[in-house]
Ligand binder design. Structure first.
Ligand code: BLA
Length: 294
């Protein structure tokens, strides 16, 4: 497949313009360092942008483009802890053979346990999930997935892994626009929490999420290959998952003790439980229908 004509820039432009229509974005200092990085192959470029806004702690985008070999969009938005908003998450990876898509409003709280949180945000969004996941079958469930990841996914997650021959840039663009608009509407409607305990819980939930992704995101090996271990780590901790070192003090092993090795280090495997969920583990009403992994 010829990737040269494809770009994720219009996704980023759309998201920033729509956000600016509703709120005021202020550039964050972290974007200076990661605005434009040339990879070791001398072809691939990494472009980072990061902003905050009155209700948004961090809205950031990373694109990887420039070589014909690979295209990546990693786009996320995190609210301030005074709001319990879901985390907007778009992760698209495309190379000559494979297309990987994760598009979701990742829940701040595990929706299989916290039905109040599911009811607050997802019940009225189920038709949006259905539109892309089931009705048009263009972004079919990608098959077994790291089981630990599932608690960070919502009932409307689009998780897809396809031969890049079947990749449809326009369908993905329209899904991205729909999901991002939805997130912006939730942001508009969000009312600031004043209960200090609830704010603390929101902050901790976001910190747990950041801790998971800063340690186990599947993009790490590629980032390390492109820009080297040291800069990749900097990018992960101070840009993509900024907040991992400031929003809380608990460590990866505090949150995920099952990854502890006998010598006290973190197990390098992505998954301890293994992959599961061959098919979509939520029904059309957002009820969890997956069996326990294992
Ligand atoms: C694969 N990326 C995946 C997979 C998931 C995600 C679920 C399938 C493999 C698996 O089951 O683990 C994405 N996982 C997520 C997300 C969350 C999560 C969004 O837990 C959130 C909680 N992906 C990137 C970037 C690159 C990238 C920046 O975000 C490259 C620079 C690449 N993702 C990438 C590649 C694979 C992948 C190459 C397939 C290889 C693999 O599975 O290791």
């Amino acid at each position: 497949m010829d990737l040269s004509a494809l770009s994720y820039q219009k996704f980023v432009h759309f998201a920033l313009e729509e956000t600016q229509r509703r709120t005021t974005l202020a550039p964050l200092p972290s974007q200076e360092k990661f605005r434009s990085i040339k990879a070791k192959d001398d072809k691939t470029m990494l472009h980072g942008l990061s902003f905050s806004a009155p209700k948004i702690r961090l809205l950031r985008s990373l694109t990887i483009e420039g070589s014909e070999a690979v295209k990546v969009l990693d786009f996320a938005a995190f609210s301030k802890p005074e709001f319990d908003l879901p985390i907007f998450c778009a992760n698209f990876f495309l190379n000559a053979s494979l297309s990987i898509v994760v598009l979701d409003l990742n829940p701040l709280y595990d929706v299989t346990i916290r039905s109040d949180y599911k009811d607050k945000y997802y019940i009225k969004l189920m038709s949006l999930g259905q539109k892309y996941a089931e009705t048009i079958q263009l972004l079919p469930w990608g098959g077994k997935v790291t089981s630990e990841s599932l608690r960070f996914f919502s009932p409307i997650v689009i998780w897809s892994m396809l031969s890049s021959k079947k990749y449809k840039h326009d369908i993905l663009y329209s899904a991205f626009m729909d999901y991002f608009q939805t997130w912006l509407e939730l942001m508009d409607q969000a009312v600031e929490e004043t209960d200090a305990l609830k704010i603390l819980r929101n902050r901790e939930a976001q910190h747990k999420y950041l801790t998971w992704r800063a340690e186990k995101d599947p993009g790490h090996p590629i980032l390390k290959r492109l820009i080297g271990e040291k800069l990749a780590k900097d990018l992960l901790r101070n840009f993509l998952f900024e907040g991992v070192d400031t929003l809380g003090t608990r460590t990866f092993l505090d949150y995920f003790p099952e990854y502890r090795c006998k010598d006290g280090s973190i197990n390098q495997r992505r998954s301890i439980i293994g992959k599961s969920y061959e098919t979509r583990p939520w029904d059309a009403k957002g009820e969890f229908i997956g069996s326990e992994p294992g």
